[in-house]
Unconditional design. Structure first.
Length: 175
């Protein structure tokens, strides 16, 4: 018959071995996850680059007399057929929020309805997403893109408002 202390020691040793095995698996999974993230990042960059090149080529084909370096950035809300890419156009006077992809439109509408600046973590639940870190970071990326394209302003880090449309704002030396 095995004594209780011996049985506990045997179970502890088995549990310790299982923990070590799981730790090794977790480390291997972490390596695989990092590789998968790198692959995803490369594919996203490639897709965006291809969409931009195709849009520029179609613009050049539409206006053959214009040199390629003089072609303005594309303003379409989607890339050429088949790529599935939705693009956020640069803001200009003749555009309305309806040209934005759905989630970007929702973000702009939430900010427009807010009494003051909002943070990504305040916007996420208002557009119907769970308040997980991944959703907040994804929304923050979309907010930054909207700032880059002139739809929003970021007056203080992480504080987003509708872009002010001051006369002459886009002109050099206006500030």
């Amino acid at each position: 018959m095995v004594s209780l202390p011996e049985e506990l020691q045997a179970r502890e040793a088995a549990a310790r071995q299982r923990v070590e095995e799981l730790q090794a698996e977790a480390e291997e999974l972490a390596i695989q996850l990092e590789k998968a993230r790198e692959d995803l990042s490369r594919l996203e960059i490639t897709r965006e680059t291809v969409a931009q090149v195709l849009a520029e080529l179609s613009a050049v084909e539409a206006k053959p007399d214009v040199p390629a370096e003089d072609v303005p950035e594309p303003n379409e809300t989607s890339a050429p057929h088949g790529s599935g890419v939705m693009m956020v156009p640069r803001w200009r006077d003749d555009l309305v929020v309806a040209v934005l992809p759905d989630v970007y439109r929702d973000i702009v509408e939430v900010i427009a309805d807010a009494p003051g600046p909002l943070q990504a973590k305040q916007i996420v639940p208002r557009i119907g997403l769970p308040t997980t870190t991944a959703k907040i970071e994804g929304t923050r990326g979309k907010l930054k893109r909207l700032v880059e394209r002139g739809w929003l302003d970021e007056d203080a880090p992480g504080q987003f408002t509708l872009a002010r449309r001051d006369p002459g704002r886009d002109r050099a030396n206006s500030r």
